[in-house]
Design a protein around this ligand. Structure first.
Ligand code: HEC
Ligand code: HEC
Length: 210
């Protein structure tokens, strides 16, 4: 009996090893199997405005933020929904790399919803005048290839849900979101007192850029 059980467990172990190695390097399959699709959408575009689109996002930024949320360094907003999801467990660093590689290679499609054109124009002027492109690239599309490698850890912003952008800016500028490189941005704007209306304009503009 003991022998049979041992053989049985050996076979189970083999099956587990085969199925996990079949997924190794396959970020797309992992993104589905690890339940990310439930909230972030099969193509990395979420339907809920408080949940970020991940498609086309910079790889290093994705890995950093994933770890910050799962290990409790970024606990604001809706982060708890992700952190406490009962099935989001047991990730190897290699699996996260694979998922991030898959996501960063997807095309970002803008989903602006209802925006006021006057607000968009105001946001565009602010984005340029305040020097946001220095770190987020023209139109928030990320820094061009060949830029300083540090920018790989900075997010692209274009086409993101406006509501999500608004809340993240607010938390970073108020010094509440402090994980990873958030203080780099906050320190730059310490003296500015941006109103919610101004932040909404910035968010509206960015959400429309394809
Ligand atoms: C239960 C819903 C849910 C699931 C499942 C989920 N997430 Fe999230 N995720 C969120 C929410 C909500 C946020 C935004 C948190 C906030 O408000 O700051 C987020 C944020 C992120 C971010 C940060 C993006 C940014 O622009 O800063 C990354 C990266 C991420 N999720 C990756 C993943 C991956 C990879 C998986 C699967 C392993 C996953 N998520 C599963 C809800 C979820
Ligand atoms: C000096 C560099 C720098 C400048 C200038 C800068 N940012 Fe950032 N920004 C960052 C970094 C770095 C992060 C990511 C922080 C982290 O690691 O969590 C960030 C994050 C963000 C996020 C959160 C994105 C997400 O997916 O969660 C938004 C929105 C944002 N910036 C908007 C802006 C806007 C609008 C401006 C101009 C008013 C601006 N930033 C100027 C460096 C900068």
């Amino acid at each position: 009996m003991k022998k049979v059980l041992t053989l049985g467990s050996f076979l189970v172990l083999c099956a587990a090893l085969i199925s996990s190695s079949a997924l190794a390097g396959d970020g797309k399959a992992l993104f589905t199997k690890k339940f990310c699709v439930n909230c972030h959408g099969a193509d990395g575009h979420s339907k809920t405005p408080q949940y970020p689109h991940l498609a086309g996002q910079n790889k290093e930024y994705l890995v950093n933020q994933f770890n910050a949320i799962i290990f409790g360094k970024r606990e604001l907003g809706s982060s708890a929904l992700m952190k406490n999801h009962p099935k989001l467990k047991d990730f190897s660093p290699a699996e996260i790399e694979d998922i991030a590689t898959f996501l960063s290679g997807l095309k970002r499609v803008a989903t602006p919803g209802q925006v006021d054109p006057a607000d968009v124009a105001k946001g565009e002027a602010m984005f340029k005048n305040m020097g946001c492109p220095e770190c987020h690239g023209a139109g928030g599309k990320g820094m061009p290839l060949g830029s300083d490698p540090k920018f790989a850890a900075y997010p692209r912003l274009n086409g993101q849900h406006g509501d999500y952008l608004f809340w993240q800016m607010k938390r970073i500028l108020e010094g509440k979101r402090t994980n990873n490189h958030a203080l780099t941005m906050r320190d730059k704007f310490k003296a500015e007192k941006l109103t919610d209306k101004e932040l909404r304009s910035l968010a509206s503009y960015l959400s429309t850029i394809e």
